[in-house]
Design a protein around this ligand. Structure first.
Ligand code: LAC
Ligand code: ZN
Length: 481
């Protein structure tokens, strides 16, 4: 091809998108739209494919999101909503025909009503920002997770995030009192209820919680707040198994009612990797045990919380065979201990794009589930030694394979079979808190109830008949209008 013909070909390949961007800029304002060149040097987040779109829009109000979606519907342009871009299942991955709707310019905490105990926020507010604002007036969102600095409230609603405190105050679904969502045709679904009780017909807000932006874009949220605790004490314990960890949880819940704040469990290969990388001696207690349990309890001040935690543990220490214990002596030490659990990026640096799984298992069945599953994974790959960790008190177990991803199709099916096949019968879940996105779609199709899948497809067709909202996420089959 001559240079001139090549340049014509490039022009004709790019000009429809350039025209589109011009029309979109006319609709939303020039500064709100970033083209491909602007995206090249920005951080795409957890998955490089997040920024494969032809452009990114940054609407700054519900009305602007509504104009954007109405324009997408008119033009037949698909739209991928994005919050912190740190989701783990490809829910924010975009394609060259897609426009990103980045909620980062909608980051206002509109109101904290201390008398009612609620916050009204725009979807792009980070969890850390809401925690800070609520804490300043003696309140707390009641939900916490390691990605607090990047995760946005809109993204957390869209994945029904759970995190560390779900066993106390529920998952995101239980924290949301009201919701505003822009629908795929640009209409605004507005249910900014501020009360917990509502039995006024179908509670449709729940359809959008955990929908990963496939049914519309969450723009504003009413979040229920809890009282802020005065102080917290932290300990890491060496234990033999999940059963022992659950006995410790039950003891502390009975002994210190309402004061247990976290019960995070890590199995040996996880601890050996994260703790060793962070400079802890993994040959010493508590790090040398089969499992390490991270515990946090609240109290009136740091010393009172620490004393209550130490006393509570002393009562069961020998009976339950706790093999070692570090109680943090300062807030800085507590943070350092928690980093053993929270610095999960260490695993992904060792094994880029390591396949990861996020299941829920009823507490009493965790040990048996893991020994069966890990043995089966070794049959699939004799070198399998997954990193296993999670939120013990609600049965949420994370399994990260010690190999780089992605898996080829045959191996993925075998691995998924080992991890997922018993879960439904056990009353567990194949996705506890990360969502389905792209990477768990095949598993959902294979292992979820077929009637649930039919209803999901019908709901998607009803709300998004031309399929413009985050297409291909959650549902494998393309919706045909
Ligand atoms: C965590 C993320 C992986 O619990 O959900 O660290
Ligand atoms: Zn988690």
């Amino acid at each position: 091809m001559s240079d001139a013909a090549m340049s014509d070909a490039i022009m004709s390949a790019t000009s429809p998108q350039t025209d589109r961007i011009d029309r979109l800029r006319a609709r939303l304002g020039a500064s709100a739209i970033l083209g491909r060149a602007d995206l090249e040097w920005r951080d795409a987040g957890w998955d490089a494919r997040n920024f494969d779109a032809f452009a990114l829009a940054r609407p700054n109000s519900t009305a602007a999101v509504a104009r954007l979606l109405a324009w997408c519907a008119e033009e037949g342009v698909v739209v991928v909503p994005q919050g912190g871009r740190t989701g783990l299942v490809g829910g924010a991955v975009s394609s060259p025909d897609a426009l990103i709707c980045d909620l980062g310019a909608m980051a206002d905490i509109e109101e904290i009503d201390t008398e009612t105990g609620i916050a009204v926020v725009q979807a792009g507010v980070t969890l850390a920002a809401l925690q800070q604002a609520a804490n300043a007036v003696g309140l707390d969102p009641g939900i916490d997770l390691a990605a607090r600095g990047s995760a946005t409230i809109g993204g957390m609603v869209s994945t029904n995030a759970g995190g560390i405190m779900a066993f106390r105050a529920g998952v995101m679904r239980h924290r949301v009192l009201g919701l505003e969502v822009v629908l795929p045709d640009g209409r605004v679904f507005s249910d900014m209820t501020r009360v917990i009780k509502t039995s006024a017909g179908y509670d449709l807000k729940h359809l959008f919680i955990g929908a990963e932006g496939t049914l519309g874009i969450v723009t504003r949220v009413v979040v229920k707040l809890e009282s802020l605790v005065s102080a917290r004490a932290t300990a890491l314990l060496g234990i033999g198994d999940a059963r022992t960890g659950l006995a410790i949880v039950r003891h502390l819940q009975a002994r210190l009612p309402g004061r247990l704040r976290a019960a995070e469990i890590m199995w040996r290969s996880f601890v050996a990797t994260t703790a060793a990388t962070l400079g802890f001696d993994i040959g010493q207690p508590p790090f040398d045990a089969p499992c390490v349990l991270g515990i946090e309890v609240s109290g009136d001040d740091f010393d009172a919380a620490s004393a209550a935690l130490e006393d509570g543990l002393a009562e069961i220490y020998d009976d339950l065979g706790i093999t070692g214990c570090i109680v943090a002596t300062s807030l800085q030490q507590a943070e350092r201990l928690w980093s053993v659990r929270e610095r999960t990026e260490i695993l992904y640096r060792l094994h880029p794009r390591a396949p990861s799984f996020d299941v829920s298992v009823p507490g009493g069945a965790i040990d048996a589930y893991l020994s069966r599953t890990l043995a089966e994974l070794r049959l699939v790959d004799p070198n399998s030694e997954p990193y296993v960790f999670g939120h013990l008190a609600d049965g949420n177990v994370h399994i990260v394979l010690n190999i780089p991803g992605p898996l080829d199709d045959a191996m993925r099916r075998d691995v998924e079979r080992a991890i997922y096949r018993d879960l439904a019968a056990m009353g567990g879940s194949l996705s506890a808190e990360h969502g389905i996105g792209l990477s768990k779609r095949a598993a959902l199709e294979r292992y979820a109830d077929p009637v649930k899948q039919q209803l999901s497809a019908a709901i998607k067709s009803l709300l998004d008949p031309i399929g413009i909202c985050n297409p291909g996420k959650i549902l494998v089959k393309k919706v045909i209008s």
